[in-house]
Ligand binder design. Sequence first.
Ligand code: FMN
Length: 207
Amino acid sequence: MYALAINGSPRKGGNTEFLLKKVLEPLKKAKWTTEIVQVGGREYRGCVACYKCFQKKDMRCHGRKDDFNALMEKIVKADALICGSPTYFTDVSAELKGVLDRAGLVSIANGALLRGKIGAAVVAVRRGGGTHVFDSINHMFLMSQMVVPGSIYWNLGYGRDKGQVEGDVEALANMDHLGRVIAWLGAAMGPVVADYPRPAKGFGGES
Ligand SMILES: Cc1cc2nc3c(=O)[nH]c(=O)nc-3n(C[C@H](O)[C@H](O)[C@H](O)COP(=O)(O)O)c2cc1C
């Protein structure tokens, strides 16, 4: 099993990365392959709505020449996707928003590539707005037929400066629990059911 963590913070070694690593620890112990991909501060830009992904159906985004398609290949392989973001004016970082939009659309264009994957949102926040970030990430997961496990409480860690989140012991316990739940869920899930009947029109980007 393969868990892919996406770090939406441009601050390498910051609070978001710390929280993501906490989630991955129990997964490693459960013999999952784990990886963190740095997205914040790198070339991951927004969707340009060219809809070429619907024409080509090759699991790629054709709107931009940046780092996205290499990440999309990893996303397609992942059993669990853990997206982490700092809280930026009550929302995800710009780079992570670009990834969420483009991965979501490429998934729909190719017959639901994200279907049946486990999805978890992890948020670093100084004071307020973290639940909105949590929602932004989970919205994409939930409209992509992904399965979203809960944890003990909120998947939020408090801190402003690099490393401050280490002092939020409740958050650390929550992240450890989240990793354990993902490991349990991954072991419990059967093969993805891909043939649920769907209305012919209006769903998932089809006109
Ligand atoms: C542009 C910007 C906007 C921010 N907006 C908020 C905010 O709305 N609410 C909040 O509590 N913290 C806000 N913060 C603080 C970060 O969310 C906080 O420092 C977080 O721990 C950073 O995580 P990182 O170390 O992974 O980058 C903001 C920080 C920046 C740089």
